[in-house]
Design a binder for this molecule. Structure first.
Ligand SMILES: *[C@@H]1O[C@H](CO)[C@@H](O)[C@H](O)[C@H]1NC(C)=O
Ligand SMILES: *[C@@H]1O[C@H](CO)[C@@H](O)[C@H](O)[C@H]1NC(C)=O
Ligand SMILES: *[C@@H]1O[C@H](CO)[C@@H](O)[C@H](O)[C@H]1NC(C)=O
Length: 382
């Protein structure tokens, strides 16, 4: 194992230990002694605010304001573990962004659509179900079934502009007020691929036609934020979607091939392809804007780390959704988590996956911890 990798894992255990809700008893006392120092390092970035863009992996309540009745995340058992009520988060409790905000010493971010909310610590513009690409552009590629919101990344950046009208005046003032904030642009694009696959596009066709459009859209959104004054940005890639219970249920065939983790190989390769193209484009953007810090958020390896260490991290099930019914993976059609009569597992901390798609709170905690430790050295917060 490479030294940097060891160091990452070491720091990971340290920070994990500092989230008091962690029941990860395998963390040694010795490691715990360093908890305060490590958290201090991330807090030392002194982010004034965090601005989050993206989809259901990050939405803390926008979609349920936009679309009150339909959303499962507006019903229990969503939110049961931490909030005791549904908040629009697509998990049993906290999301990655919640842990990242805490680790930065900030409060949880409120959703932009809540016009009465306090935005002192930043704004969450993410919308569950949203795509990176504008819905009209997807429709032009015959990807239009099942899309529930038109609040794509470009629309979310429009909202940011709207917010800036009140928050600051003119380029100089806005630049001053944004330069010490963290912008998290994604994960986004995952839904573009979900919808393309549901519209029966082949993976090869998606790689050729959809990936370039998604990546360019993410870069364009990121550029708009930089033009308005963003200086520290994390742009996450996609998860290994071939490991998700819903993918294993929907897309597994007799001919499927699996990777060493038992995940659908070609679907993970689609995520890797997207991530490779995104990283290439971010490198170019970083060269064009040397006065910014643009960090690739490695969701793929974060997820894979949790997945391969699942047993040590206290998970009993990696591939069965905690909330759901039917099939080998607790994912059935027409009956999903949040629907009447759909059971939920007694201890969500034992499950890596919450509802077939989204991680449980416990998984989100480990993912956030991995991401923070991975991001820290690139931020120069010493
Ligand atoms: C909509 O989703 C269902 C599965 O939930 C899928 O069978 C169908 O093909 C999708 N329709 C389109 C047009 O994408
Ligand atoms: C990205 O921005 C450029 C320049 O404004 C524009 O020409 C292009 O169409 C945009 N691409 C996408 C995918 O939105
Ligand atoms: C599996 O592969 C065989 C042979 O290549 C092909 O005829 C068949 O249609 C495939 N089945 C599925 C479900 O993809």
């Amino acid at each position: 194992m490479a030294d940097t990798q060891k160091l990452t894992i070491f720091y990971m255990f340290i920070i994990v230990g500092s989230f008091s809700i962690s029941n990860a008893t395998f963390i040694s006392e010795h490691a715990r002694m360093y908890v305060d120092a490590s958290l201090f390092m991330f807090r030392n970035c002194r982010f004034e605010k965090i601005y989050q863009f993206g989809d259901s992996m990050s939405d803390t309540g926008n979609i349920v304001i936009e679309n009150k009745k339909k959303e499962a995340s507006n019903r229990l058992p969503y939110g049961e573990t931490f909030f005791g009520r549904p908040t629009g988060r697509n998990s049993n409790g906290l999301l990655m962004i919640d842990y990242i905000a805490w680790a930065a010493g900030l409060n949880l971010l409120n959703p932009f659509n809540d016009k009465t909310a306090n935005f002192d610590d930043g704004v969450n513009f993410a919308v569950a179900g949203s795509t990176a690409t504008a819905v009209e552009k997807l429709a032009a590629q015959h990807i239009n079934g099942n899309i529930t919101t038109s609040s794509s990344l470009g629309v979310q950046v429009d909202w940011m502009e709207e917010y800036l009208v009140k928050f600051c005046k003119g380029d100089e003032d806005c630049g001053d007020k944004l330069k010490n904030s963290l912008f998290i642009v994604g994960e986004t694009g995952g839904n573009d691929y979900n919808f393309a696959l549901m519209a029966r596009k082949t993976i090869d066709k998606i790689k050729a036609d959809v990936v370039p459009e998604v990546v360019e859209t993410i870069i364009n959104g990121t550029k708009r934020l930089i033009n308005r004054g963003a200086r520290k940005l994390m742009v996450p890639g996609n998860f290994p979607v071939g490991c998700l219970p819903i993918y294993l249920t929907l897309f597994q065939t007799k001919n499927s091939t699996f990777d060493e983790n038992g995940c659908l190989k070609e679907y993970n390769e689609l995520s890797m392809y997207h991530n490779m193209k995104l990283k290439e484009a971010l490198d170019i953007l970083q060269d064009e804007a040397p006065y910014t810090t643009i960090i690739y958020g490695d969701y793929y390896n974060a997820y894979e780390w949790v997945y391969t260490h699942a047993a040590e991290l206290g998970f009993k099930s990696k591939q069965k959704a905690c909330c759901g019914i039917g099939g080998k993976y607790n994912v059935g059609f027409g009956k999903l988590c949040g629907d009447p009569g759909v059971p939920v597992c007694p201890n969500p901390n034992n499950h890596l996956n919450w509802d077939g798609v989204h991680p449980t709170q416990q998984t989100n905690m480990f993912l956030a911890t991995w991401l923070i430790t991975n991001m820290l050295p690139k931020l120069d917060c010493y």
